[in-house]
Design a protein around this ligand. Structure first.
Ligand SMILES: [Zn+2]
Length: 159
């Protein structure tokens, strides 16, 4: 159980319809703990409650694939791409976050700056971010045994 997120925000409607509360089993506990910490870190950084939006399909929003993705959903997300990447979203270890603060969404570059500034608090839970974010910030907890990500995150290109 998380402090700030419901299961429906972390999986798609099709996964939730099929597996219900059992959908927790597909998500990585370390990465999940990081999401709650991220809310606290952002709230402290911006000096007021920051809401982190992942999926919002349950409340009628359009975000559906920002958390766990099934293989079928990955085909939809990367429709038209030459190659479908093997995504950390498939393993419940990646989330695309949108930060909402005082009535508007924070720019993803501003969010990235805050993530980098507070990386020391986030590192045990996340190892990687997508560089040059546009519209959202991708964070994941991929295992990188030969790379030290304790000071700065490993950066991957936006796919
Ligand atoms: Zn992502």
């Amino acid at each position: 159980m998380l402090k700030y997120f419901k299961l429906q925000e972390l999986v798609s409607s099709s996964v939730y319809q099929r597996f219900g509360e059992n959908s927790w089993m597909f998500l990585d506990p370390t990465t999940l703990a990081g999401l709650d910490i991220l809310v606290d870190v952002m709230t402290a950084e911006f000096g007021g409650r920051v809401y982190i939006i992942i999926n919002n399909w349950e409340s009628g929003g359009t975000f559906q694939h920002s958390g766990l993705r099934t293989w079928e959903e990955l085909q939809v997300v990367y429709k038209g791409a030459k190659k479908i990447p093997l995504s950390l979203h498939l393993f419940g270890k990646a989330f695309d976050i949108k930060c909402y603060f005082k009535g508007h969404y924070l720019d993803s570059k501003t969010v990235e700056k805050a993530i980098l500034k507070n990386w020391g608090k986030l590192h045990p839970y996340f190892s990687t971010i997508e560089e040059d974010p546009k519209g959202w910030n991708h964070l994941d907890n991929r295992y990188l045994p030969s790379i030290d990500t304790s000071k700065v995150p490993y950066k991957v290109p936006l796919l």
